[in-house]
Structure formats: C-alpha cells, structure tokens
Design a protein around this ligand. Structure first.
Ligand code: ZN
Length: 422
C-alpha cells in the first residue's frame, strides 16, 4: 500500500492525506470523515446515523475518527451505493458496537445493493485484477472482495423512503449514476444532501474503462433533482464539502449540464448514423465555461470515458470497423505490418513519434512491433517508455494508473536496462 496522497481526491483540508484520513465538523451534529472515500455522520441526539462505512482498509480508521466526536451508538448505517470504498468498512462499525455493548446498527440501502454484492462474489478474481490496476496500489485491492467484505443491508427500498431516524427526518432517494443502486440522502431540516459518488469533485466517473454500464442521462437527472431541493450543504463521496446554497446549486447544475451535453452529442451522432468509432474519433469536448470549473476537471473520470458510456448504453459492442467484426489476431496484424515495412522502420518511427510527443500515435506503432513478437525486448522497452510518458502527462487518475500499470507489467517482462538505449 502506498501512502502517497492521491491527487485525484482534492480536499480543502490543510495537509490532507486520503489514506490517513481527517475529520471535519460542519455544524453542531454533522461531521464528515474524509478518507479515500468520505463518511458523513449525524450525532448528538443519543444515537448516530452514518452515511457510508468507507473501505475494509479504512473502516476502523473512520470509526476511530468518529469516536473522537461522539460515544453514541451507531443506530443506522446508510450505504450511498455498494462500491468497495463506500460499503466495505461496515465490519469495523459492527465490531465497535459489540465492544461497547451497543445494539447492532441497522443498515439501510437501495434494494439493488444485494445484487451487486452477488456479482462481486461471482467475479471476485476479475474485480481484484481491475481494481488493483485502477487504484494503482493506493487502495488495497487484494483486501477487497473478501467473503467478509459484504455486509448486506437489513432494510431496503425501491424509489424513495421517508424516515424519521434518531428524531430527525431523513429521506432516501434512489438514483442511477455511477451505479444502479445509488442513494442520495436528504436531511430536509438541515437542507443537507449526502450524495455519494454522484459528485466526486471531478468529471463524473461514467464510462470507466473496465467497469459495467453506468447511467449518464439518469445521473444528470439525479443531480437536477438534488439541486431542486436547494441544499445548503453538499457532501460528496470524494472531495471537499460544498457549502452555501449558491455553490451547491452551481456544482450540481454544472455537473448535470456537462454530462447532459456529452450525452446529447453522442445521441445526436448515433441518430445521424455515425458508428461508435466515428464518435470516439470526433474527440467531443464540453463547453469551455464548464471545462474550466474546478469540480469538473478530468482528474478521475474524463470526457472521453463519458462518451464511451453513452455509446455503450445505446449501441452494441461493434465499433463500426468492418475488420473488427471478426478481427484478425493482433499477432497476425503485427506480423503482416512487420513483413511489409520491416520491424526496424516501425520501431524507429514509433520512437520518433514519441520524441515528438505524439504519444498516441507512437503507442499504436510500438504495439504493432510488440504484437508481432511479444518477446522483442526492444519493443517491450519502447512500449513501456511510451506508456510511462503517457502516465506522466495524464490527468485522469484512472487512465494514469492503467498506463503506469501496463508499463510496470511490461518492465517486469523485460531484462533490466532494455528500452532506453535503443
Ligand atoms: Zn467512491
């Protein structure tokens, strides 16, 4: 586990390190533990309500932080969704309750959370593999998705649920966004919205390259519905708390506008008969006044990923390139090009493109040489170098970790010293 602060989790707290965590009291009775993911809690009425339980790695740390503020029993835990960084820290809360002789907390969540846990159990190996890459070691993927990761909800709802918890009205609203099991929590008396990963202080993480379908249009609709309530506090799943009616409205509405813009543009192009490959190559961008917003920077998700999500939602898997319906293998294509152009010419051109900072084109050529001969050490080293350069310049935490991870895998195959002297 790395202790390097994760730059994709911006936070206003001085000296903040997401893997060490930090506590922030917002107003009497409401506080948030900032960790890799945030844990919000309401206290001071004899019992506590906790929204999200963090990860298996950080659950105990979240409990310790909360205990600095209140000794009250955890009456209710609410999952904003079933992702590992939000719902897998529950065991620490249960252990604390047992140790203090408190009653077992009750867990509220959307009814689809259980199906997510079943899917994770079914695909445990794959989940570990992709999350190890996605989080680049900043998040202990090897400890994710253990049999004891999943603490199922006790109480579920479908569309919305109006509750009175610990003497305070609390509303649970279902949303589709990063997941199909999302809940945003509304505390009307405080005009406080706890929205989980519907807001992550970045371009939303829709269209994650290795994850299942996400819901761009419904995501925008959920943000618009939250904005309609006029929150004074907006507590995101990652990143800083937003305070004040005006800023909350701006963050919600701008984020909705940005992803709606991408959604509508992709749909317009699909309706005009463009193939997915045409739409990807069109390199859609959002209006500059939105791209400049600090909460829409492409530091976790990015516009190109959102485009992919919308395409996948409405179209099939085929890119539109005839050669990709029943594709020749990468090895065949690589060999054919190497036979035509010569391996040396391809490698030299790839290196020249890399030196000219044309990294996408450089990688495309370097991959051809590698695919022709997967044990070509010069090609392995060159691919790794290009990927490292791409990682160094990449703003999206997800893409950066994938590039760096792919480079590391290549380096592990190449004898030491190859790749930089060719
Ligand atoms: Zn999250």
């Amino acid at each position: 586990m790395s202790s390097t602060p994760n730059p994709s989790q911006p936070n206003n707290l001085p000296g903040f390190d997401p893997l060490m965590g930090q506590l922030e009291v917002l107003e009497p009775g409401i506080a948030m533990f900032h960790g890799f993911a945030n844990v919000a809690f309401a206290y001071g009425r004899g019992e506590m309500i906790v929204v999200d339980t963090s990860s298996q790695q950080m659950g105990a740390m979240a409990v310790r932080a909360i205990r600095q503020v209140s000794e009250e029993p955890f009456a209710f835990l609410i999952y904003t969704h079933g992702h590992g960084d939000h719902a897998f820290g529950t065991e620490a809360f249960m252990t604390d309750a047992i140790a203090r002789g408190h009653a077992r907390p009750k867990i509220w969540a959307h009814e689809q959370v259980a199906a997510r846990f079943e899917r994770y159990a079914l695909t445990r190996g794959w989940q570990r593999h992709i999350n190890r890459l996605q989080f680049g070691g900043a998040f202990a993927a090897e400890r994710l998705f253990e049999p004891n990761s999943f603490t199922h909800p006790d109480l579920v709802y479908r569309d919305e649920q109006f509750l009175d918890l610990v003497g305070e009205p609390v509303e649970l609203h279902h949303a589709m966004g990063e997941t199909d099991d999302a809940t945003w929590v509304w505390m009307p008396a405080r005009r406080l919205a706890m929205v989980g990963d519907l807001i992550v202080s970045s371009m939303p993480n829709t269209g994650n390259p290795n994850k299942v379908q996400r819901y761009t249009l419904e995501w925008a609709q959920a943000l618009e519905a939250i904005a309609q309530r006029g929150p004074r506090y907006l507590l995101p799943g990652h990143g800083p708390v937003y305070r004040g009616e005006q800023l909350c409205a701006e963050v919600l509405r701008d984020t909705a506008r940005a992803i709606r813009f991408i959604h509508d543009e992709v749909v317009r192009r699909l309706n005009a008969g463009q193939w997915p490959v045409d739409i990807v190559e069109a390199d859609i961008s959002i209006p500059a006044e939105l791209a400049d917003k600090p909460y829409l920077r492409p530091i976790y998700g990015c516009v190109a990923f959102v485009v992919r999500d919308v395409i996948r939602r409405y179209a099939g898997w085929w890119s539109g390139e005839p050669s990709q319906m029943f594709p020749a293998t990468r090895h065949e294509r690589g060999n054919d090009l190497v036979a035509l152009c010569g391996r040396g010419a391809i490698v030299a051109k790839a290196r020249a493109l890399k030196d000219a900072a044309q990294l996408r084109r450089a990688l495309a050529l370097a991959e051809i040489a590698l695919n022709a001969n997967p044990s070509d050490h010069e090609a392995i080293g060159l691919n790794a170098e290009i990927l490292e350069a791409m990682a160094a310049g990449e703003r999206s935490f997800i893409a950066r970790n994938f590039f760096a991870g792919a480079a590391r895998q290549l380096r592990a195959r190449a004898p030491v010293g190859t790749g930089s002297q060719c």
